[in-house]
Structures are given as C-alpha cells and as structure tokens.
Design a protein. Sequence first.
Lengths: 256, 290
Amino acid sequence: MGPLVNEPGAAVSIRDLTIAYERHPALHHISGRFGAGSLTAIVGPNGAGKSTLVKAIAGTLRPNGGSIDRGSAETRGIAYLPQQSEIERSFPITVLDTVLLGHWRRIGWRRGVTQELEEAAQAALAKVGLGHFEARPISTLSAGQFQRVLFARLMLQDAPLILLDEPFTALDTRTTRDLLALVGAWQREGRTVIAVLHDYEQVRTHFPETLLLARELVAWGPTETVMTAEKLAAARDMAEAWDEAAHPCARAGAAA
Amino acid sequence: MILYDWLVQPFVEFGFMRRALVGAVALGLGSGPIGTFLVLRRMSLMGDAMSHAVLPGAAIGFLLGGLSLPAMSLGGLVAGLTVALLSGLVTRLTPLREDAAFAAFYLISLALGVLIVSTHGSNVDLLHVLFGTILAVDDPALLLVAGIATVTLFALALVYRPLVLECFDPGFLRSVGVGGGSIHALFLTLVVLNLVAGFQALGTLMAVGLMMLPAAAARFWAREIWSLAAVSSGLAALAGYVGLLVSYHADLPSGPAIILTAGVLYLISVGLGRRDSIRTRYFVKSHLAA
C-alpha cells in the first residue's frame, strides 16, 4: 500500500450528536472534530459510549440527534474494525481469501482478483508478520494471528479514515507492539486513525490526541491535557445506571 | 451379470425410475449448496421450519387444483415466502430473534395446513402432501426441479461473495455499504424454492432431508465452501440412486428410502469421514512434529 500522496486523511466533524438505546442516551450532545491525518484514542469507563461513537462514525448506527460529517471518507470509504464478536471464526475460509476481501471496493460482488491485487494481499500479510500463512484456514489461527489478519485486510482497504474498536484486547505484548507500529505508519501515510483503547500507558505513549468520554464529552484534545488525574476521575464517577425516572432532555436540539 | 441386474437394469427398463433418478440428481444440485450455506449460517433447523411452512400453501393448492403440480407448487412457494417475510419483519421490527420468529410462524402455518387438509381431504391426500411420490414424477415436474436447480446455481454464483461474507463477517459487509438484509432475503427465497422443488418428489416433510443430511455429512469430508457444496450435491445424488434401488428391490416407499439412505451416508461420514470424524478424532494416535 503506497502512502496517500495527494489526498490527506479525512477529517470527521461531529455536531451535537446524541444516540439513545430505549430513549436513554448512550452518547449525549457530543460535538467536536477529528483533524485530517490525526491519531486519536477514545478512552472512558465501560458503558461510556465509546463503541457507540465509533459505530456512529462508521455509519452502522443512526444518530437520534445531531450529525456527522466524514469529509472525503464519505466517498472514499471507511475501514472499520469492530470488536471481534461478530466474526464467525470457525468459517471455512483461508487467510488469503479473508485478506483479499479488503479489496472489496475494487472487486465488489463479482470482479475477479487480479495478480496485482493478490500480490498486494501477500505483501500486507508479510507486513503483519504472517508471510507464509496464506493457505491456512482461519479456524487454525490464534487470537493474535487472527487480529494480524484483520489488520492486513484493513491495509488493503486503503481508506482515508480507519476506526479500531478495542483492537489490542487479549493480545500479547509482542503482537500489540507490532500492530501499534502499523497504526503509527498509517498516520504517517496521512490517514486519520481513531481507536477505542483501555490501556492508559498505550494511549500516553502512542496517541497524540485523546477523546475522554462518559456518555457526555469529558475532554478532547492533546493527550497530555486530557489524561489528567482529575479528568479521569470525573469520567469514572459518571453514573453507569440508567435513571428510569429521567425526564425528556430539555437541551436545545434534543431529539432523543 | 447379477450386479448389472441389481444396479442398472431397473433404470434401463423403467422410464419412471430414470425420471426419478434424474429428479434426485437435479434436486441434489440445487439443495447441496443451499444446505451447505444453511449449515454454515447455523440455520440447519431453519430448513425444517420452512418445510413445515410450505404445507398449508401446498394444501390450498391441492384443494383448488387437485393433484396439480403448478397449483401445489405455487401455493407452497407463496406460503413459504409469506412465513419468511413475516418472520423477517418481526425480527427487524422487534428484539425477537430470527429463530423464535420463524418457529412462531411455521407452527401457525403448519397447524393451518393440517386443519385445511383434515377438513377438506381424506387422509390419503394428507399422506401424499406430506410424503410425496418420486416415482410419479412426470416431465413437467422434472422440468420444474431442473429449472429451480438452474436458477439456484445461477443466483448463488451471482451473490456468492456477499453471501459468504454475510455468513462470515456481517459487520464487514455492512461497513462496505452492502445491506445484509437483501442478501439474506434472497437466500431464504432460494431455500423456499428448493423445498418446493423437493416436495412433489419427497413430500413437504422429507424434502428438507435431501437438503440437510448431505450438507451435514459433507462437513466430514471437505473443508472449502465449494468442495462442501460439491460433496453434498454428490451425496444427495448418491442417496437418490441407492434409495431408489432399495425402494425398487424391497418394495418400499421411495421418499423415506432416499432420505434414510442419506441418513446412513451421514452416519458413515460422522464415524469414518476424512476430517474431524470420530475415527480421526479418537483413533488416530500419532501427531506431527510441528
């Protein structure tokens, strides 16, 4: 995958975003902007709406209020890596075929895979450290190897905007280090990368920007100004339980 | 030449045996891949549910047109698609899961079908709708089965990639902007079509047997999707051939004979198959060095 020479990564603008489950907001009036080519970690306690936000940006969840502008990613595509649960790991498909699906925008429903596309897939596999795994069925891979396969598929998608939902959960140190290096390389190629993370050390070391979430937006900006003890404590104190007796939100533009 | 008399002669001598054999092979060609995808999607029992759902339609067709293939097929098709559509709607509009929605609608449909048949027809008619008669397959029926197999294979070729992706990683399919819902709906339509193809020959309850048993058995022989589909089509054809012979020589009803043969093939596969069978899991001792 060559770097994006002419076009910068996509900027994502969020305006007054609210998303509710059974009318209780999981995200409440969030506004802000992911800069073009930025590398941002989304951090917050369980139930803070991190995955919800990523799904909304990916376009798989419809907002109850507000809007999201995905810039050039609207037409050039979004590469989205959800939490693993939805993938059928016992499915009879090879590593190479899985990675080739990353070419979807080029091959679609029925176009054949050319020599060139297959070589790109082989190169991506080599880059994630799975050089000779192409013929293996995915059911024989370990969790770490499988996550490497998914990263190879992400690379082929060649998207200006990359969304990762807890990409390093349950991975060993070495796999995490290798995949983090890829994430850094994507940013240097000019792509916009947004990742949901739990490891604060990782965030401080590798992610220049941080968005701290607790259903409401707690803080958003350079990591060193966001990941402070007071702000993290504020996010932790957020009430996790729904208020069954909550009144309809009265804030301007509330649609939920 | 005893072997010839046993294995070939019946088909050379009798036109109805030849038509039955061709019908079974055609059924296998369509049902094999469909059954394979049902197994892969963990929807093995969905085929069973759909086969029950087809019953009232076939029964209404039977009442209106007698033992007429077009009337019964059309009725079965409409009933099956209605159940699929209503279950799909309930799954989309409410949190009820698809299997529960299907169970509800196929039970309603089945009860309706039994009610219609028992108030308006004799028990012999009910048996016919339930169990079919492959030996009575005539040319129009053969054309219908072959036509459905053809449509099935072309449709699968067209949607193969998104269909595979919808089974394997539906989230990725959504993220590249393809709605999984339409692919799923098309697939269910193919399931209903193949059950309708099967019920003239095998009856509504038995048709699903030629779809699921070979597909489940193929799991113990093949690993890729294409080879799973090919093996299940082959096993279905084999079950048709052996089942017809058994039914001919032992003077048994043909539908159950074919499905029981498929069942025997399934049991053999579970026990002795090349992959993950009981034999390879528990009786092969040595392991490789790396």
